[in-house]
Design a protein around this ligand. Structure first.
Ligand code: ADP
Length: 642
């Protein structure tokens, strides 16, 4: 045996440990769930890797998890006969934090000033959670296929030691020196009490597929506990029911059991918003248990973790944790399990690329989830709005990238509206639409407040027509992909010419346009390169000016994205629209006709600046704009009364 080697923990682990050790967190019990789920993962991995290394598992060998306690010494151990860890893996896995989720957890905690204990449960901090209840932890482990093992130990004080250790069985044994019970706290749970441990296994780990056992000697004779041999041949009792929830008939499952399994899958505390559980029999046989979460996980837009969250099982054998072939990427927030009867057990990611059975599963699961969401939208509106604000942005990707589902996903979208407090769907919009209105009107913008205040709404507001606001970056892509819905065109109010003006109004616009052409040409050349065209507007009622985009011009978000990624973005062609009824219009003409071109230029610049500010954009030259405004105040003899 070599001398123990001392290592220091990665800085983030130290921070996490400091937090664990001083935590008065009421959910300390989750440490057991975390250890059991690590042990269960290790057994899954052994079974999977064992397919290609048949000599790793001998015939009739027990694959199980075992808890043992020594009440007097306050010592608890959790053993598994799983894959184990090599020395290098021990140092890597139990010395650093690999999960970006845990990093995010620390960040959120720093932001909350360390005062947010609930976050621990929400994130699940894995192995390190044990330092909430233990003053020292020893891990003894031997990786399958390797002759020697490793012993790791730490008091959670910034360092850990590692040494080689012979004669260990394959798998991992984690021994916790439990902290003394706090005599003052009558609520404190005693994790050295076998009954407490049994209760916790039932609460958190009942569905774990592997047997979880404790030595029978820990319990009084109790007929309800099944006695059987455990690891090392010790007489044990079985603590978990093991039957996977998804394999049970739907009508025999309580809502609380579904919720419990969801928490087991997500290592979280929240309940799912919706559960979709179905079995398909026939040419392809499988069971799917899918959940719509109620809270948006931290990693949703973290590119490294932003992936599928449905596990693939084959005949109840775990094959893959996050199988991206089961659902489209725009449903990646769905959690759950698919258990297939037909796929080969040793299925690889390559085989999954072109597998007919899997394509069918993909199709059916997508359909079922969309149906469940539509039913929630129609029957449980408050829940649905909560869902939409958490995951709507991801779902909108479906409209953009998935032609087949584009319309059905669009039907699920909710948008803020100019006329209603609560967000509305496209169908609700159409249902409330007056007969003479032939299009769906939408307005994009940098944010909802700016869009709500936009002068582009004036004429439609006057008519009492509703406008939907699409203010997320993805909405520009969405509008590119979705040109119509239920046969009605989708028209962007901030783009092209207003299409809703009546015959007489159009005639008048065109007449005045001809009259003003020379004035506008002058302003166009004064405002180049910012503005490509100046014209009268069919959209304005009160404000003097407005900026809109050319019909085919690139959108603001798209332009920003291209610039950020270092690409050459085409110029955005803006059109300055002026209010034909505003007295400023005739003022421009007077200046032009009197040859007062410097003043005309200043007026043009002011109208352009006003339009930029009204849409929430910044001015190209704010100093110049404020000079112009102050000059104007002097000329007019003070501030105008508005
Ligand atoms: P997580 O399980 O979320 O990855 P943990 O901190 O709980 O985070 O564990 C870190 C890693 O240590 C695991 O991913 C796994 O590789 C390894 N590990 C933990 N417990 C065991 C075990 N009982 N057997 C084998 N490997 C384990």
């Amino acid at each position: 045996m070599t001398r123990p080697e001392t290592h220091t923990f990665q800085a983030e682990v130290k921070e996490l440990l400091g937090l664990m050790i001083h935590s008065l967190y009421s959910h300390q019990e989750i440490f057991l769930r975390e250890l059991v789920s690590n042990a269960s993962d290790a057994l899954d991995k052994l079974r999977f890797e064992g397919l290609t290394h048949p000599n790793w598992i001998s015939d009739g060998e027990e694959l199980a998890i075992q808890l043992e306690v020594d009440r007097e010494r306050r010592r608890l151990s959790i053993s598994d006969s799983g894959i184990g860890m090599s020395r290098a893996e021990v140092v890597e896995n139990l010395g650093t934090i690999a999960r970006s989720g845990t990093r995010k957890f620390l960040e959120s905690l720093r932001q909350a000033g360390g005062q947010a204990p609930d976050l621990i449960g929400q994130f699940g901090v894995g192995f390190y959670a044990s330092f909430m209840v233990a003053s020292q932890i020893v891990v003894e482990t031997r990786r399958a296929g390797e002759p020697g093992g490793t012993r790791w130990s730490s008091k959670g004080d910034g360092e850990f030691s590692v040494e080689d250790c012979d004669a260990l069985p394959r798998g991992t044994r984690i021994t916790l020196e439990l902290k003394p019970l706090d005599g003052d706290d009558s609520q404190a749970q005693d994790f050295a009490d076998p009954e407490v441990l049994r209760g916790l296994i039932a609460k958190y780990s009942d569905f774990v597929e592997w047997p979880i056992r404790m030595p029978a000697a820990h319990f009084q004779q109790d007929g309800r506990l099944k006695r059987e041999p455990g690891l090392g041949g010790l007489e044990c009792v079985l603590l978990n029911s093991r039957k996977p929830l998804w394999a049970r008939p739907k009508d025999e499952i309580q809502a609380s059991e579904y919720a419990q399994f969801f928490r087991h899958l997500t290592h979280g505390w929240s309940d799912p918003l919706e559960t979709v559980h179905f079995r398909v029999e026939g040419t392809s046989e499988y069971t799917a248990l899918l959940y719509v979460p109620s809270e948006r996980p931290q990693e949703l837009f973290d590119p490294a973790r932003d992936k599928a969250h449905v596990a693939l099982y084959v005949r109840r054998v775990f094959v893959m944790a996050d199988c991206e072939k089961l659902l489209p990427s725009w449903l990646r927030f769905i959690r759950g399990v698919v258990d297939s009867q037909d796929l080969p057990l040793n299925v690889s990611r390559e085989i999954l690329q072109h597998n007919r059975a899997l394509e069918q599963i993909h199709k059916r699961c997508t359909k079922k989830v969309l149906e469940a969401l539509a039913a929630m939208r129609d029957g449980r509106r408050a829940d649905y709005e909560r869902f939409w604000s958490a995951f709507g942005t991801v779902l909108k990707e479906g409209v953009v990238v998935d032609r087949e589902h584009s319309q059905s996903v669009a039907a699920l979208a909710l948008f803020p509206s100019s006329k209603r407090e609560r967000p509305v769907s496209l169908d609700e919009y159409l249902a409330a639409c007056p007969k003479e209105q032939s299009a769906i009107y939408v307005l994009t913008g940098p944010d909802l407040d700016a869009a709500r205040r936009s002068p582009a709404l004036e004429a439609l507001a006057d008519r009492g027509w509703e406008v939907l606001f699409l203010v997320e970056p993805i909405d520009e892509w969405l509008l590119d992909a979705l040109r119509e819905y239920q046969g009605k065109r989708i028209v962007q109010l901030g783009r092209g010419e207003a299409d809703f003006v009546g015959e007489a109004e159009r005639f008048e616009l065109e007449r005045r346009e001809r009259e003003y052409r020379a004035v506008f040409e002058r302003i166009e050349s004064d405002l180049a390169p910012h503005v490509s065209k100046v014209r009268f507007s069919g959209r304005l009622k009160h404000s003097p000016s407005l900026l809109v985009d050319d019909e085919h011009s690139i959108g603001a978000h798209m332009q920003r994205m291209l610039r950020q990624s270092g690409d050459q973005a085409p110029e955005r062609k803006r059109v300055l629209e002026l209010n034909l009824d505003h007295p400023l219009a005739s003022k421009l003409k007077e200046l032009h006709e009197a040859g007062r071109s410097a003043e005309l230029k200043d007026c043009g610049e002011l109208l352009f600046g006003i339009a930029l500010l009204a849409e929430g954009s910044s001015l190209p030259n704010p100093t110049r704009f404020s000079q112009l405004v102050s000059q104007l105040m002097l000329v007019s003899g003070g501030a105008p009364s508005v």
